[in-house]
Write a protein of this length. Structure first.
Length: 457
């Protein structure tokens, strides 16, 4: 039955993508983030759904009259540079072509579709739809994982869909950690009480699912996200009490063997896993300095033919660090571009908040920027212990932030300074604002500009 529903759903989405390419984007990222094809069997699991979604989207961009040019922003330039540099590093990779090329093909397709995404994120509701598909795709595993933990008393690990980037319990924990702030963004923006309450429940279950993944990297990332989220909160006391209650409840719920596993974080000197990770970090750094321009190619530390050229006799292992993964596999030029994308993401967040501050029309952008900042903190903190340097959710969020900055900048430029909501509100006395109910707004809505101008006269 699941296979039939999935087949009918994709069969309906693909024709719609030709008429409305953004539907194809949603279909592609649903397949990419959630991997629903891994949850079905038979004919429904056989087709290359991601490729079909890409082809339908590209065809739609041609026949539906969508813009035929890329936006002119720094993120697009960096994505193109990263594609070029990773392609060069793959051409000079030390590993066998049969291993390197499939990884290059997969990552190159991910990066290419980012350019398609950048060209289509031209409206607020499209950015909102992208965030929704992120939350729905990963939130499904957060909610079901949390329910599974409740039923089993947290005695078993929570995993993602098999043969996917989030199949491992550690990678699932980082993904869920990244999507938690985006759930909160949707909660802030929703005008329906049922949706807001449902998202709160989903956030609590997702939090429990992170604990039940038994991921030590996930726990460290959660600690960083919790502190940062509290620091950026507008209501620190209320937020701190809620977060403390949720964390204490989760700690109390998990069994003793979970506690014993997490204690190895403190006593890492006596943990074989921690020592192996430190060793492979040194090896990855050694490969990067030995081949600074191109690195060793994808999967360098995992491929015996490559790692044994530099460290004979060691056991091949994954890097388990996003920074060293990109550096050792692609060299310093590609790493600096990758790092530039991350820094530009934070700069875009800062600029969005500067432009949106005090403007009720742009409250949605301010909320998205604040919550995306927490998501990026989750990625860099928890990702420092996992091999997820090319995670498509991370890349797509960076592109969405660049698109949001452009939308906010255009919205601010479109309103003359004397008619700007901030200027209009500042001309009104506090009693006048209090007596004008039409001027009040919420995070989910915006005051029409004509009403603000009227108040300012």
């Amino acid at each position: 039955m699941r296979g039939l529903i999935f087949l009918l759903g994709m069969g309906g989405l693909l024709p719609m993508a030709i008429a409305t390419p953004m539907v194809g984007v949603i279909a592609y990222y649903w397949i990419s983030f959630m991997s629903p094809q891994m949850e079905v069997w038979g004919i429904a699991a056989a087709p290359p759904w991601a490729l079909l979604s890409v082809l339908a989207t590209l065809l739609g961009c041609v026949v539906a009259g969508e813009p035929k040019r890329l936006p002119r922003n720094g993120m697009v330039v960096l994505v193109i540079l990263f594609v070029i540099l990773t392609t060069i590093s793959s051409l000079f990779a030390l590993g066998p072509r049969s291993l390197v090329l499939p990884y290059w093909s997969q990552i190159a397709k991910t990066l290419f579709f980012l350019l398609v995404l950048a060209g289509l994120l031209t409206q607020r509701h499209r950015i909102h739809a992208l965030v929704w598909i992120m939350v729905i795709s990963l939130g499904f595993y957060g909610v079901t994982g949390g329910l599974f933990a409740i039923v089993t008393g947290g005695r078993f690990h929570v995993f993602g869909p098999p043969a996917s980037i989030i199949g491992d319990n550690n990678q699932l924990a980082v993904s869920l950690l990244m999507v938690l702030p985006l759930m909160n963004y949707l909660r802030l923006q929703s005008g329906h009480g049922v949706v807001r309450k449902g998202l709160v429940v989903a956030m609590l279950l997702t939090l429990l699912s992170i604990f039940a993944s038994y991921s030590r990297g996930g726990l460290l990332g959660l600690a960083a996200v919790t502190l940062f989220f509290w620091w950026k909160s507008r209501h620190k006391l209320a937020t701190g009490l809620v977060m403390a209650a949720a964390l204490v409840g989760a700690f109390a719920f998990m069994p003793a063997r979970w506690t014993a596993r997490m204690e190895t974080i403190v006593h890492y000197q006596h943990s074989n896993s921690a020592q192996d990770r430190l060793r492979v970090w040194r090896e990855a750094l050694g490969i990067a300095f030995a081949r600074p321009l191109t690195g060793g190619g994808y999967r360098s530390t995992v491929t015996p033919q490559v790692i044994h050229q530099f460290y004979p006799g060691v056991i091949p292992r994954a890097v388990h660090d996003v920074w060293l993964e990109v550096l050792s596999e692609n060299g310093f030029p590609a790493f600096f571009v990758w790092l530039g994308m991350l820094l530009l993401g934070f700069l875009n967040i800062r600029r969005i908040r500067q432009l949106a501050r005090g403007d009720p029309r742009l409250a949605w952008a301010d909320d998205l920027a604040r919550m995306s900042q927490v998501t990026l903190i989750a990625f860099v903190s928890a990702g420092s212990f996992l091999s997820m340097g090319y995670y498509d959710l991370y890349f797509s969020l960076l592109v969405a932030l660049a698109a949001t900055r452009e939308l906010v900048a255009r919205a601010v430029e479109a309103v003359p300074e004397e008619h700007h909501p901030r200027a209009a509100v500042s001309l009104v006395s506090a009693p006048a604002i209090a007596s004008a109910p039409l001027a009040r707004t919420s995070r989910a809505g915006a005051v029409p500009s004509w009403r603000l101008r009227r108040l300012g006269q």
